[in-house]
Each structure stands twice: as C-alpha cells, then as structure tokens.
Ligand binder design. Structure first.
Ligand SMILES: Cc1ncc(COP(=O)(O)O)c(C=O)c1O
Length: 444
C-alpha cells in the first residue's frame, strides 16, 4: 500500500470507528419502502403526469442530449427560454441558470462580495455557501456567523460590524446576509421579514443585501410553490434568491434570481452580467443538457397547474398523531425539537405557524430506530455527527405529497413500537433513565 493509500485508509478507518463513515445507500434496499427520506417533496420524480409531459416535449425537441459546452460557448435556446419563463414565474427581473444549487451558491458568494465587504450568515447555512465564502475576496475576519434563526443575534453581529468599520455606515462597503428559508436538517423556517427589516433599518443607504436560499422551500411554500420570499411579498427587498430544481422539482440544476432593493430593474441585469463574467462555477463547466432543461420546464408546468397540494396537510397530520404518543416516551429517547414540540402559541410570528415537510425526530439512537423502521417498510434516515452537532442526532422525516396517510400512520406506530421495546429492554436491564421521568415530554 502506498503512503497516500495508507493515509486515506486510516482516515476512513477512523470514521468507521467513530460510526460516522459515509456510504452510498444500496439502491435495491430502498425498493418498496415508504419514502420518508428523499427531498422529492412533491413526489414528482415518479409522477406519471411529469413523465408523460417530459416524453411529449422530448419527442418534439430539436436537441435532446448534451448541451455543447459552457453557456458562454453555446447558449441553448431551451436554456434561454427557461430563464425567461422563470424570471416571469418568480417575478424577478433576471434569472440565470446554474448546473446545481451548489454551483450557484459557490458562484454567487465567491464572486459578488467585494474586498472590504462583510458576509454574515446563519450558523446552519449550507456547505455550498461556506465553499463560496471561502473562495471569496471577503477577509475571513469579516465572515461572521450568527445563532440559528435569531434576529437578535443577527442584529448584534451587524451592530458590531457597524461599530468596527465606518464604511458600512457610509455605504462604502456592503454587508451580505445569507439565510435559507427552510433549513433542511431541522425543518426550521427563517423569520425572513424581521431579518429584512433589520437589514433595512441598520443599512438605510441600501448597502445591506439579503441573499435567500430557497432550496427546500421551492415548490413547497408560496403561491404555486414560488417560495417563502413570494409568500411574504419580499421579492423587491431581497438581493438574490436561489431556487433549486433538485429537491421538490425532481430535477437537477439551480437558478439565481437577482433583485436589488431600489431601482431593481436597472441593477439586476448588471449582477447577472457580473456573474456571467466572474462566477467560475458557471463559466468553466458544461451547461445542463437539453433533457435537464426540458424536465425542469415540465416540473414548472405542474407547479403552475397547482400540483403542489396536500404536502403540508400531511405534516400537520403526522404531528397530530405523534405528539400525544410522545407523552408516554422519555424525552431522552425520542423527542421533537422545541419549535415542533407544541402547537405555535396564539400571536407567534407567522413563520413559526407554517407546517414543514422536514421533521427531525431527536434520539441518541438514530441508527437502531431507522433500522427498525426499515423492517416495518418505512425509509427514514439516521442523521449523525458531523452532519448535525453531537447530541443532536436524529432520524429525519421528509414528508412527500405522494405519501399515503396509512404510510404516515405506519411511520408513527413504528417509532412508538421501537421506543416501547427499547424502554422495556432498558427497564429489564435496570436502567432507571428510561422511566417516563421527563416532565417536559409529559407537558407536550
Ligand atoms: C440549502 C441548500 N442549498 C443548496 C444546496 C445545493 O443544491 P443542489 O443539490 O442543487 O446542488 C442544497 C442541497 O443539498 C441545500 O440543501
């Protein structure tokens, strides 16, 4: 074994020992299981309607495979037409296709912020934003996280920046805020209106820019799935929105809409043009194949037809079944995170009342729980460190429009059955911790 091979093998072995080695799931093993794992929120990947539309459009398309090169070399007519359609659908002055959401975030964050600018980001922001920031010209000291979804923590970080650098007050330098609308590990929803208001209040000269990643909210929230920004009517108050097609829309690729707070129509094409010139993840890659573009186009046909229904009802149904059951199970064994543990209180901010298709079930034993569910015909995946912090291990439930209510019932009964068996075994083994002694759970 070469020295390099030995080093790689040691790293993998270390992950194996710590039970965090990643592996591709066996494709055959998931067949026939109720899907509570994929990001195919609208169940479009297997939609007969989508398949029929796709095949129909493919059969008349002038080109089907490949794309011929980078967008800057060969600008496919289907690509340009889809951008025009999406700019209109999302009420954005311009739209630019990237090959993936990852590429879009890397391209945007690595190129647009200028030297002397600052990047402020939610501590749970996606890895692609981190990669983009790492490649940007913003000094590491000016890349600042704030506590997840906390408007107060955001305000503190911004005030600190304003205090340190007069350029942020005079408007000479810019501050970019990076948030997601629906966070994929916790199912939490950003208090976006409050954050936009905070940026506007602290940067009245318009040099505070909000960048919103709608990867998990696309197709799920807003009129015809246009996302949370559209639901809240913030289209003109955010600088850039990322919508990906790989989640609810059963495709690949991503799209960045660019807006500016004032004079939107003038500035937005400039940002688009800038990305075309400086976003390396766009320039130095072959653009999406015609087939990808055609399938994305078909997904938007379905959104416009109002296919995105029932998903959020299923989320409410799932929680209505699970919450009462959890009262009989120790919090230390199975629990919902605080934002889902109880119904939103009257007067709670509107974002916290939105149902979410992503529901983490916190447990220190995510793998055994997931294995038990698989044996019951249900696929819900364990998520462990380093994807989530230590002590926050979970089985993540992703609901889909195509899940039957019976499947949701099967999921809940599988979880409860597993927890009861675990409690029984622990009591037999004399482990006092499994008594239902968690007062908090009892109050749910
Ligand atoms: C919040 C967020 N942004 C961006 C991405 C990247 O999108 P894509 O899968 O299209 O590369 C993901 C995907 O995991 C994501 O969860």
């Amino acid at each position: 074994m070469s020295v390099l091979d030995a080093k790689l093998a040691t790293a993998l072995h270390s992950r194996e020992q710590r039970l965090i080695r990643r592996r591709l799931p066996d494709p055959a093993a998931d067949e026939g299981l109720a899907d509570f794992s994929s990001n195919d929120y609208l169940s479009l990947a297997s939609s007969p309607d989508l398949r029929a539309r796709f095949l129909r459009k493919l059969s008349t398309a002038p080109a089907v495979l490949g794309s011929g090169g980078s967008r800057l070399l060969v600008n496919g007519s289907a690509h340009a037409a889809l951008e025009a359609r999406l700019a209109q659908f999302f009420d954005a002055p311009a739209a630019l296709l990237f090959n993936s959401g990852f590429d879009a975030n890397v391209g945007l964050f690595s190129s647009v912020p200028q030297p002397g600018d600052a990047l402020v980001f939610d501590e749970h922001i996606h890895a692609s934003v981190h990669d983009g920031m790492r490649g940007s010209r913003v000094a590491p000291a000016l890349q600042r996280p704030f506590a997840h979804n906390s408007v107060e923590a955001l305000r503190d970080v911004l005030l600190q920046l304003l205090q340190e650098n007069p350029g942020f007050r005079t408007g000479k330098s810019s501050v970019f805020l990076a948030v997601e609308t629906l966070y994929s590990m916790d199912g939490t929803i950003v208090p976006l209106t409050e954050m936009v208001e905070t940026m506007e209040e602290l940067f009245p000269r318009g040099n505070g820019y909000v960048i919103v990643d709608e990867a998990h909210a696309t197709g799920v929230y807003g009129p015809e799935g246009r996302g949370l920004v559209a639901l809240l009517g913030l289209e003109r108050r955010v600088f850039a929105r990322l919508h990906t097609f790989g989640k609810a829309l059963a495709g690949t690729g991503g799209i960045v809409h660019t807006n500016k707070r004032e004079a939107v129509l003038l500035v937005t094409p400039l940002v688009r043009d800038y990305l075309l010139n400086y976003a390396r993840s766009l320039i130095y890659t072959t653009s999406l194949s015609y087939a990808n573009i055609i399938s994305a186009d078909c997904s938007f046909d379905l959104l416009e037809d109002g296919t995105a229904t029932q998903l959020l009802d299923l989320s409410t149904y799932f929680l209505s079944l699970l919450r009462p059951q959890l009262r009989t199970i120790p919090l230390s064994l199975l629990a919902l995170p605080p934002h889902l543990a109880s119904q939103p209180l009257p007067g709670a901010p509107p974002h916290s009342a939105l149902p979410t298709p992503i529901i983490p079930i916190l447990t220190p034993y995510p793998r055994p729980l997931s294995t038990h569910l698989r044996a019951r015909g249900v696929n819900a995946r364990p998520i462990t460190w380093p994807t989530v912090p230590k002590g926050r291990e979970r089985v993540r439930v992703c609901l889909h429009a195509g899940n039957a209510r019976e499947e949701v019932e099967m999921l809940v009964s599988g979880m409860v059955e597993w927890a009861r068996a675990w409690m029984r075994k622990s009591i037999e083994a004399g482990d006092a911790k499994t008594e239902v002694d968690d007062a908090v759970q009892a109050k749910l």
